[in-house]
Design a protein around this ligand. Structure first.
Ligand code: ADP
Length: 689
């Protein structure tokens, strides 16, 4: 626990932690802002558009109302002007002075009945003194005779202007109070007549409005005459309603001698939020647009989430496919490869493009088996073979090496439950096979060692058992020699010689047995310096015996002035004997033809003049060369394995023992092909001194 705690990285200082916290928060805020910025912008733009459209529509409506009012006012002014002009003309036409007074009065009364806007008509002479005057029958008398003399300033002013211009002229309006309260706003019209007389008509401004302005104008709005400074003189029409908005239009009416303002105030309800169809339509479309945007945003979010999930799933699947060590391959129903994973590519050494090339024969099929594989594939796709489960096959890598694979195959079923091909998994079992091979070889070696141990035991037993009879043979031979005596002659002498040989060989056999016994028991034998010639001479009689039988000639070569070798003499003699026997048997085999020559040679291991090795030891090399059948690669690989033999009567122990003996002396045993045929076995032994 303590170690684990020590392994944990130290927490960063609080300041750094806080800074990192800020950094993370800032990054999150930034990504949030990036994601929502466009949507926010869109929402703001749509809202701005909506508000602008509503505002513009409202303004448009206000402008429409104002324009209509201006138009009405202008029409009213035209009506007024033409009305006033018509009145002046009809006055001039009907009441021109010069006629009988009674006649004029009648006509004036008739005119007053026709024109309600007039309060009074007067005939005045050149000095503006009233000649005749008639009042309107529609009103009480407002204008008094008393104040309508020649000194009346309004009339005087108007008539002066009229006379000067030679045309009708008007006086500025003036207020005439009425007895009993109130009053009337009056404007005078003066018409200059031929002969210096004047016709004066008094207009009631209110009635002028009633009579000369169309009744439609006063409906729902107020029409008024005002002074130039805006002071209201008379007003007509509806008064303002609460909750309404005032629209005002005014126009100046310039009359000769006077000017008036016509002012129209319209009362209209203030435009609604949705004042007309257009705005309502635009608003509805905008609301629909916003709703669609919201739905779209939600849909996009859902899609994004689905996409992210899908990408995650895909990445996970890919990581899985890439990391498995099993090779995966998919094929369509025509046998074309449609998918391979990296493990499979690595296994066979081909790129995915090479594997997915449009060919029915896969590039990893071994050339010699391609036809068979193709037939099998055709049968499988035709439905003739079941899917392969744990089937072993051989594939070929790109470099041409073959390797065993274990195949598991299953049909590839798509989302609609239809088979679209085959999916296979491959395991490269070459490593497994190698391990099995190693284990089998070591098993064999173990068995061989066990047999070797048994042989060792047997050899030990045999050597023990044979010592007695050999000793008996030796003593009988010595006894026989004693009986024959030292001076035996003729046939007796030959018998004595034979008995002597028997004694020698029995002694040798004894020595061999002792050496083998010691070898098996691994007892160190006394090593002695022996002349190479002595070693060869010791085995030569036995070699010659067999050579004669097999018709082999023997050649022995010694290098000059060879040093002695340090060795266990008997064992080395056995090695020489064994190698020579193998060589002669190789030349006796049916495969071998031609000259049968066995060549024994002893030389220095290093050529003359070569430097002595670092350890200062010098070596002699013994070689046994034959012109036999030679050794094939297959045999060479197992030559020194105990119990390996190609001969029916062989034990397969000779070479393995030879190598052990040579190596025990510090030397090495090797072989190579001989020229023109056959084999040369060489071994080295340390030289004395
Ligand atoms: P054995 O002589 O009992 O067969 P060895 O260990 O001496 O056992 O030899 C093993 C095998 O090596 C022989 O069976 C033979 O096939 C091969 N061999 C040994 N020496 C030679 C040689 N000089 N030429 C060809 N083959 C040889």
């Amino acid at each position: 626990m303590a170690d684990e705690a020590l392994d944990l990285p130290a927490p960063p200082p609080p300041q750094q932690q806080q800074r990192r916290g800020w950094g993370v928060a800032f990054a999150r805020l930034r990504s949030l802002w990036q994601r929502w910025f466009l949507w926010l912008l869109l929402a703001v733009l749509v809202s701005a558009l909506l508000v602008t459209v509503v505002w513009l529509a409202g303004r448009h409506e206000v402008e429409q109302v104002q324009a209509a009012l201006e138009r009405d006012t202008a029409d009213a002014v035209v009506d007024l002007r033409s009305g006033l002009q018509r009145n002046a003309q009809s006055l001039r036409a009907t009441l021109a002075p010069g006629m009988e007074r009674e006649h004029w009065v009648d006509r004036a009364a008739a005119q007053l009945r026709e024109h309600r806007e007039w309060l009074r008509l007067e005939w005045r002479d050149a000095q503006l003194r009233p000649v005749e005057a008639v009042n309107t029958p529609y009103r009480m008398r407002i204008l008094e005779e008393s104040n309508r003399g020649p000194a009346q300033s309004d009339v005087a002013l108007a008539c002066a202007t009229a006379r000067k211009a030679g045309a009708p002229a008007y006086s500025p309006s003036h207020y005439v109070p009425v007895a009993g309260g109130g009053g009337v706003e009056v404007m005078e019209l003066c018409l200059p007549m031929d002969g210096g007389d004047y016709l004066v008509a008094s207009y009631s401004l209110r009635d002028t409005l009633v009579e000369l302005v169309g009744p439609t104008l006063t409906r729902g709005q107020e029409v008024a005459f005002t002074e130039a400074d805006g002071t209201r003189l008379v007003a007509l029409g509806t008064s303002r309603r609460i909750g309404t908005r005032v629209f005002t239009a005014q126009q100046r009416i310039d009359l000769p001698g006077a000017s008036l303002m016509l002012r129209v105030d319209g009362w209209r309800a203030a435009p609604d939020l949705f004042p007309n169809m257009l705005t309502a339509l635009v608003t509805a479309i905008s609301i629909a647009l916003v709703s669609v945007l919201v739905l779209l945003a939600r849909d996009t979010r859902r899609r994004l989430r689905a996409e992210r999930d899908l990408a995650d799933a895909l990445a996970f699947r890919k990581a899985m496919e890439d990391s498995v060590i099993t090779g995966l391959r998919a094929r369509d129903l025509q046998g074309r490869i449609t998918y391979v994973n990296p493990a499979f590519c690595e296994m066979v050494g081909f790129t995915p493009e090479e594997l997915m090339a449009d060919s029915v024969e896969a590039p990893y099929w071994p050339t010699e088996l391609a036809h068979e594989y193709h037939l099998r594939q055709t049968r499988r796709f035709a439905g003739g073979l079941p899917p392969r489960e744990g089937f072993e096959s051989v594939f070929m890598r790109k470099d041409g090496t073959r390797f065993p694979v274990l195949i598991f195959e299953a049909p590839l079923i798509n989302a609609h439950k239809v088979q679209t091909g085959w999916m296979s998994a491959f395991i490269d079992v070459s490593e497994q096979r190698r391990v099995e091979e190693i284990s089998r070889a070591s098993q064999e070696r173990l068995q061989a060692s066990a047999r070797l141990a048994t042989v060792g035991e047997m050899a030990s037993l045999l050597s023990h058992e044979l010592t007695q009879p050999l000793a008996a043979i030796a003593s009988y031979a010595t006894g026989s020699l004693n009986l024959l005596g030292p001076e035996a002659k003729g046939e007796q002498a030959e018998v004595a010689m034979a008995v002597k040989r028997i004694a020698e060989q029995a002694d040798r056999a004894g020595q061999v047995i002792r050496s083998v016994h010691d070898f098996v028991r691994r007892r160190d034998r006394m090593r002695e310096a022996v002349a190479p010639q002595a070693l060869i001479d010791a085995v030569l009689p036995l070699v010659r015996l067999q050579a004669r039988k097999l018709d082999v000639s023997i050649e022995v070569v010694f290098e000059e002035r060879l040093p002695a070798v340090v060795c266990d003499r008997t064992l080395v003699e056995q090695v020489l004997l064994n190698l020579a026997r193998n060589a002669m048997q190789a030349m006796d085999s049916p495969d071998s033809t031609g000259t049968r020559l066995l060549r024994l040679r002893v030389a220095r291991a290093l050529p003359v003049g070569a430097t002595v090795p670092a350890d200062g030891r010098r070596w002699l090399e013994f070689s046994v060369a034959d012109l036999g059948c030679g050794i094939s690669d297959d045999v060479a690989a197992r030559l020194f394995t105990p119990f390996f033999t190609t001969r029916a009567d062989g034990m397969g122990l000779g070479l393995s023992l030879c190598r052990t003996v040579v190596e025990q002396h510090g030397g090495a045993l090797m072989f190579e092909p001989n020229r023109p045929r056959g084999t040369v076995f060489r071994f080295t032994l340390p030289a004395a001194g």
